[in-house]
Design a protein around this ligand. Structure first.
Ligand code: ZN
Length: 238
């Protein structure tokens, strides 16, 4: 496994590090973005934790490529604000248009260059979908008819069996959000694009543990991590 650190939007006010992690054998590419919104801490703290666990070889990518931008919007995170403009409305909406912000343009160009099979954007939201079905907190969001739906359902089922309280269970939402990183990756790059939204009212440690759990699940689904024997066996039974 090889990890290289690079800089996105280099020498601009938006400059931010990103990491490319290559397994020893070829496989799918997964791209993870976080810190698009500066107030959604569990997202970028989890992405940073993922980088640290990879650097310490506690999580090991054995095949494929993982690209992580732990903090997309450095300015918003530093100011502890959502970000102005809302970066998640500035990604390209059409194949012939480019993003209307230098930062989302840099993120999308990196994605276009690497053509990720999976595109994962880490966020947080208010409310709990287990209590109010219209809330975004504790959801995975995909685009309607996305080919990521079966895998997302599998991941949610697995995750929810480990969560005792039904009120904080995760649910799947299918929606369009024009200008978001997810919709751009789904429509323009045909990625399995997923937004992760933990409930921002829950304790931070818990939110990070959910984000990490989902990240590991996606990396396993994408074939980047070796499957544990027990999950392999239970998959064979299905
Ligand atoms: Zn967000």
């Amino acid at each position: 496994m090889q990890i290289t650190k690079q800089l996105l939007a280099k020498s601009s006010e938006h400059e931010t590090p990103y990491y490319i992690v290559d397994g020893v054998s070829q496989g799918s590419t997964v791209m993870v973005t976080a810190g698009i919104h500066g107030t959604e801490r569990a997202g970028f703290l989890s992405a940073k934790k993922l980088v640290e666990l990879l650097q310490r070889d506690i999580i090991h990518v054995h095949s494929g490529r993982l690209i992580i931008i732990p903090i997309v919007n450095q300015i918003a995170v530093r100011k502890k604000i959502r970000g102005v403009p809302d970066l998640n409305r500035t990604f390209p909406k059409h194949i012939f248009k480019s993003a209307c912000h230098p930062l989302s343009r840099a993120v999308f160009e990196l994605a276009r260059e690497h053509q990720p099979v999976w595109y994962v954007d880490l966020h947080e939201a208010n409310g709990l979908s287990g209590i109010h079905p219209r809330s975004l907190g504790q959801t995975l969001i995909v685009n309607p008819r996305s080919k990521a739906i079966p895998a997302a359902k599998r991941m949610i089922r697995r995750l929810n069996t480990s969560i005792k309280k039904a009120s904080i269970h995760f649910s799947l939402l299918q929606r369009e959000l024009p200008g978001s990183g997810r919709s751009a990756a789904y429509h323009l790059l045909h990625s399995n694009a997923i937004t992760v939204e933990t409930g921002i009212g829950l304790p931070l440690k818990l939110r990070i543990s959910y984000q990490m759990n989902i990240l590991r699940s996606i990396l396993r689904e994408a074939g980047l991590l070796k499957r544990r024997r027990e999950s392999q066996n239970s998959d064979q039974l299905k």
